[in-house]
Structures are given as structure tokens and as C-alpha cells.
Ligand binder design. Structure first.
Ligand code: HEM
Length: 497
């Protein structure tokens, strides 16, 4: 009996010790790693910008994510500028990378002036792996060439001659199907569909709703993988995203091959859409994009233009719902354009140029809710900046939200005020919704045409009210209303033009 008690007592103590070891080992390892991380980071590099690398592996990523979830992405930068007393640059670690965060207009000016010299394009690993070789991921002279090839379709000249009317046709059809006759609409979901339908039509001439819906659902799986850890293992989002990408690419290759045949047989024109344009356009040396390059670039254009335009239009609808006086002024401007046209006549490029006040409103929306969350770069050499050294290989991050909401750049910074964009507008380098310099957004004109066409067609048909006036906004990393911005639609009761 005594022996058994002793035995049981020993067994219980033994298992207690085992549990202690199991609990303490990871804690001790973590503390050791933390100490090592701090000592390593402080060693002899005295000229690094001020700042902290945060926790091992995680760095300060969680602080950035928390600021985004709280709907104040600028907080991450503001807090660190204040803490380290360095208004131009601080160091941190995000997404597993050492980073220098360049702050304020000076940071963007520096980036634009040194693109491909001191800094080069860089994106987090999941983005690099999912997109492969395309405009977003390449560097150097090849970038200039690819931009030139794509811009020959996306430039204002191309829109002036071909695409304004097509955009209006697609927009009117979308409104007829998804808005007219509805009492309530979830703006974010519906506009997302619109942006995708429009891109499918203008890039690939796809019109069949089921085909577009199938591509859209694959595309949404693909988009989820861009924000996940790049673990390519069955069951992970990243794995599903790779599979979705491969299916989309296969589909694109089939469309490309079929189109090549149609062009050779003279059944379609070279200006029909982006695809025909890219298949038939060469540079001055007779060099064409390969079919694989075309597929990859169409994928990147679908991606780059999808959530960005959706965000801009969603927050435009929100802001007009919140500011009836601004709604009335936009409506007045749009009605003047309608009244000068025949009934049913489509919008053209000249009409878009007349939408000056409307564009100021869109600009103020993109100041307060920038759809592009920021820019990443890599230091190509050791960089001397603001009295500090940014070592070669470090990544560089610049936030648009903190630029646009800096009290040094804008008076009464949180007030919605489209008049900021009258006359000369904001001071250079303080407002950059489309980036700038050699890697400025190539879809800027496409986006302007898309947003203004949508605005024209929606405001001349409806007034609306926000069903959740104080709806929370999260940044994931783009601003998103958590419930998708439900609104109640009120069709105009009288014929307005
Ligand atoms: C409101 C809508 C849009 C906004 C706010 C926006 C914003 C931006 C920003 C800020 C950049 C620069 C990122 C950097 O500096 O690294 C960018 C790049 C880019 N955008 Fe947009 N964009 C919009 C719409 C579009 C559309 C509709 C397309 C395609 C038709 C597009 C295609 C691209 C591409 C391909 C790049 C990469 C350019 C390069 O790396 O050389 N964007 N966009």
C-alpha cells in the first residue's frame, strides 16, 4: 500500500515535472530568441534609422494590422514618428522583412527620383509567387518596355477614340440588371461585380454572364491567397490560390489562342479589346509580347484594377450619401452633360472632360480613403537618407494613408472638402492616389473613365441613403465597409432631362 502510494506520488510528481518542462521550454526558447534578436539588431550598425524591429519573425506586423482593423492605418506611422522624433524615416520589421518606412512628401519624391537606380520594385512573397513575370514584378529596362506596350491600350488617346462609349454601354447594362428595380443594394459586392464585368469586356470581350461569374469566383479565391502565408500545401488558402491562378491562366491561354486564329482569319479587328491590341502590336523593333506575358499581364491588370476601382466607387457612394449638398452639385453637373445630348446618346471622352467638379469629389474620396494602401520597394544599394543608412537589401515602405491624412499637408484633415482640388490643388507630393514617377499607375485614365461613367449613370438615375450611417471601416489592406455598405435606393421620380 505504502509502496503504491509512493509509486503513485512519484508518477504524479513526474508528470508534473514533465508538464513544467513542456511549458517552460518554448518560453525559455522564445526569451533566448528575443534577447538574441535585440542584441543582433543593435550590433555596430549605429547609423540605422531609429525604430524597433519588434518581435522575432512577427516584427511589428501585428501593430500595422491592428491599426488597419481599427480603420486608422495612418496610426502606425504617426505613433512611430512621434516616438522616435524622426519625421522622415524609421526602421521596423514587417512581413518578415527589415524595412525603412519613408514618411511624408520627401519620401515619395526620393522614391520617384531614384526608381531603378537606388530602389527597385519589390512585393511580398505571395504576390511575387502568384503573379510570376509581369509588369508588377519585373525591374529595369524591361519594365519600361512592358509599360509602353500596355500603355498603348490604356492611354487617354486610346480611350478618346475607342472605349468611352463601350464603357457606358457596359455600365448602363450593369445598372439595369443589378440596381434598377431594387430597393436595397450592397454596394461593395455589386460594384465589385461591375469592375470585373467591365474589365472582362474591355480586356477580353467576354460578355456571357455565366462565364464571367465562373472567372470571378476563381479570381476571388486567387485574391485571398495574396494575403496569406506562401505555404503551398493542400488545405491552405495559398494552395487554393495557386490552383485558381493556374485555371485562370489556362482559360486565358485558350482565349488568347482562339483570338489569334480569329485575327488571322480577319474575323475581329485589332482594336476590339486589350487582347487583340496586344496580339497585334509590336514595338519599333518588331518585338511582340509572348502569349504567356499577355496572360500574366491581363491577370495583373484584372487584379490592379479590381479592388482599387471598387474601393473608390464604394466610398464615393458613401461620401455622396453623407453629404447631400455635394450630391446636389454633382447631380447638377451631370445633368448639364445629359441635357446637351440626344436621348440615349452614349458618353464620350469630351463629356468626361467636363466632369470637373465630379472629379474633385472623387479626388477627395481617394484622399480620405486611398484605394492603394502604399508602395513597397527594395534598396538596391546602401542608401544614405536623411542622415541615416538604409542597407542594401532592406525593403522600403511608404504609406498613402499617412501622407493624405497628415495635418502638415491638409488643413482640417478629416473634413470632406472637394474644394481642396480647385485651382492648383494640393502641394506636389502630398496627394498621390495613383503613385507617381516611372512606376505610376498605368490604369489611371481607365479608372477615371470607369469611375466617372459609373457616377454619371448612377446619379442621374438614383438618390440613396446609407442604411448603416456609422458603418465601421476596416483596412484589409484596402478600406472596406465591414457590412459592404448597404444602401436604400430612391429612383428619381420626375424626368430630370
Ligand atoms: C481608383 C483606381 C486605382 C488606384 C487608386 C490605383 C492606384 C495605384 C497605385 C498607387 C499604383 C502604384 C503602386 C506603386 O507605386 O508601387 C498603381 C500601380 C498600378 N496600377 Fe493602379 N490604381 C487604380 C486602378 C487601376 C486600374 C483600373 C488598372 C488597370 C487597368 C491599374 C493597373 C495598375 C498597374 C499595372 C500598376 C503597376 C505599375 C508598375 O508597377 O509599373 N490600376 N496603381
Amino acid at each position: 500500500m505504502g509502496t503504491r502510494e509512493y509509486k503513485y506520488g512519484r508518477t504524479a510528481r513526474g508528470s508534473h515535472t514533465q508538464t513544467m518542462i513542456q511549458v517552460l521550454t518554448p518560453v525559455i526558447l522564445f526569451i533566448a530568441l528575443y534577447v538574441f534578436w535585440n542584441v543582433y539588431n543593435k550590433r555596430s550598425k549605429t547609423n540605422l534609422p531609429p525604430g524597433s524591429f519588434g518581435w522575432p519573425f512577427l516584427g511589428e506586423t501585428l501593430a500595422l494590422v491592428r491599426a488597419n482593423w481599427d480603420g486608422v492605418p495612418e496610426r502606425f506611422v504617426e505613433e512611430r514618428i512621434e516616438k522616435y522624433g524622426s519625421p522622415l524615416v524609421f526602421k521596423t520589421s514587417l512581413l518578415g522583412e527589415r524595412m525603412a518606412v519613408l514618411c511624408g512628401p520627401a519620401g515619395h519624391k526620393f522614391r520617384f527620383a531614384n526608381e531603378n537606380k537606388l530602389v527597385g520594385a519589390w512585393w511580398p512573397l505571395p504576390i511575387m509567387r502568384l503573379f510570376g513575370r509581369c509588369l508588377l514584378t519585373i525591374r529595369g529596362d524591361e519594365t519600361k518596355w512592358m509599360r509602353k506596350m500596355l500603355l498603348s491600350y490604356l492611354s487617354p488617346d486610346a480611350f478618346a477614340t475607342h472605349y468611352a462609349a463601350t464603357m457606358d454601354v457596359v455600365t448602363r447594362r450593369h445598372i439595369d440588371v443589378h440596381w434598377r428595380g431594387k430597393e436595397q443594394v450592397n454596394v461593395f459586392q455589386t460594384v465589385k461585380l461591375y469592375a470585373f464585368e467591365l474589365a472582362c469586356r474591355l480586356f477580353l470581350s467576354l460578355e456571357e454572364p455565366n462565364h464571367i461569374a465562373k472567372l470571378a469566383s476563381l479570381f476571388n479565391i486567387f485574391l485571398k491567397g495574396l494575403l496569406e502565408l506562401p505555404i503551398n500545401f493542400p488545405g491552405t488558402w495559398f494552395y487554393s490560390a495557386i490552383k485558381a491562378r493556374d485555371t485562370i491562366r489556362m482559360e486565358l491561354m485558350m482565349i488568347i489562342k482562339a483570338r489569334r486564329v480569329e485575327i488571322e482569319e480577319g474575323k475581329v479587328s485589332s482594336s476590339q479589346d486589350l487582347l487583340s491590341h496586344l496580339l497585334t502590336s509590336s514595338d519599333e523593333n518588331g518585338r511582340y509580347l509572348t502569349e504567356k506575358d499577355i496572360a500574366n499581364n491581363i491577370l495583373i491588370l484584372l487584379f490592379a484594377g479590381h479592388d482599387t476601382s471598387t474601393t473608390a466607387i464604394t466610398f464615393l457612394i458613401k461620401s455622396l450619401g453623407e453629404h447631400p449638398d455635394v450630391y446636389d452639385k454633382v447631380l447638377k453637373e451631370q445633368l448639364e452633360i445629359s441635357k446637351a445630348k440626344q436621348v440615349g446618346e452614349l458618353l464620350n471622352w469630351e463629356d468626361i472632360q467636363k466632369m470637373r467638379y465630379s472629379w474633385n469629389v472623387v479626388s477627395e474620396v481617394m484622399r480620405l480613403y486611398p484605394p492603394g494602401f502604399g508602395a513597397f520597394r527594395e534598396a538596391l544599394v546602401d542608401i544614405e537618407y536623411a542622415g541615416y543608412t538604409i542597407p542594401k537589401g532592406w525593403k522600403i515602405y511608404l504609406s498613402y494613408a499617412s501622407l493624405h491624412k497628415d495635418i502638415a499637408n491638409f488643413e482640417d484633415v478629416t473634413r470632406f472638402d472637394p474644394s481642396r482640388f480647385e485651382g492648383a490643388g494640393p502641394t506636389p507630393f502630398t496627394y498621390l492616389p495613383f503613385g507617381g514617377g516611372p512606376r505610376m499607375c498605368i490604369g489611371k485614365e481607365f479608372a477615371r473613365l470607369e469611375i466617372l461613367t459609373f457616377l454619371h449613370d448612377i446619379i442621374t438615375n438614383f438618390k440613396w441613403e446609407l442604411l448603416i450611417p456609422e458603418e465601421k471601416i476596416e483596412y484589409d489592406p484596402m478600406p472596406t465597409p465591414v457590412k459592404g455598405l448597404p444602401i436604400r435606393l430612391h429612383p428619381h421620380q420626375v424626368e430630370l432631362f
